[in-house]
Design a binder for this molecule. Structure first.
Ligand code: SAH
Length: 256
């Protein structure tokens, strides 16, 4: 039997299921992933843990279920990811770049060559929350009938997994500027956002309610900009200085 080399970009692409309700869907996603050579599934606060129904629907993709990470909160499931793409059953506007599935697949695969990447799939009932989407650099929507746009969770996972496979087979990945940059991980971005929130409070910038909206806008800004690690350090140094901390001395950068 021909097996695939596990040491490839596919192993660094994780599908993250956020609060799935039905264990059967978890199994069906595992099957959808394995048929396309994907192996990494992370579960955030699943309503049902993988059980007999999940195994039945996985149809032999038991290994994915066994190795699935189980997390209480989303940040743990994506901490080391440099790229996080959220899925949406509806076409949302404004704050995110919304990609078509082939372009999302191309980016996931290209960036998986240099680091960990994630695709977030939402709850069967309500999809992903705005707070969850605010952790994504891009959104992807499978173009569907606008009057009946929502696919079953595992059916959507199958479309994305297939696009990734197709992209890999046809080698549609092309080097992009982002790949050459040492981008901050989700955890490092969270550190920046936490520091921004603290600094706004410390310097008395705005009232707490409008700060929430402001912080969301800043999340969108940094998700579009995709700062690298040095840039995050510079920004945090500036924030520390604004807070009047000693750590606010100017960090050295390779440009100095
Ligand atoms: N009622 C929810 C639908 C959730 S469907 C809503 O309106 O958001 C469950 C999950 O399947 C979604 O969160 C998403 O991850 C995926 N999904 C379903 N249809 C999709 C589509 N057309 N494009 C992208 N993802 C889709």
């Amino acid at each position: 039997m021909m097996t695939e080399n596990p040491d490839n970009a596919l192993a660094r692409i994780r599908f993250v299921l956020v609060e799935p309700t039905l264990s059967g869907n978890i199994g069906a996603v595992a099957r959808a992933m394995k048929t396309m050579g994907l192996s990494r599934m992370e579960l955030v606060a699943p309503k049902q843990l993988p059980d007999a129904e999940a195994l039945a629907r996985a149809c032999g993709a038991d290994d994915l279920l066994q190795h699935a990470g189980i997390h209480a909160e989303l940040p743990e499931a994506i901490a080391e990811c440099r790229l996080v793409i959220g899925t949406s059953a509806r076409r949302r506007t404004l704050d995110w770049d919304t990609l078509e599935p082939p372009e999302a697949a191309r980016r996931l695969l290209a960036e998986a060559a240099v680091g960990e990447v994630a695709l977030l799939l939402g709850r069967e009932s309500s999809g992903l929350s705005n707070a969850e989407l605010a952790r994504c650099q891009f959104l992807v929507h499978i173009p569907t009938n606008p009057d009946f746009s929502s696919l079953n969770l595992a059916a959507a996972a199958q479309v994305f997994a297939y696009e990734i496979r197709r992209c890999r087979r046809e080698d549609l990945t092309e080097p992009s500027h982002d790949i050459q940059r040492d981008l901050a991980t989700a955890q490092e971005l969270e550190g920046l956002h936490g520091h921004l929130a603290d600094t706004l409070r410390d310097i008395g910038f705005g009232d707490p309610d409008s700060s929430k909206k402001l912080l969301l806008r800043l999340r969108h800004l940094f998700n579009r900009a995709r700062p690298d690690r040095v840039e995050i350090n510079i920004l945090r140094g500036i924030l520390s200085a604004a807070q009047g901390r000693k750590g606010g001395k100017r960090p050295t950068t390779s440009a100095d």
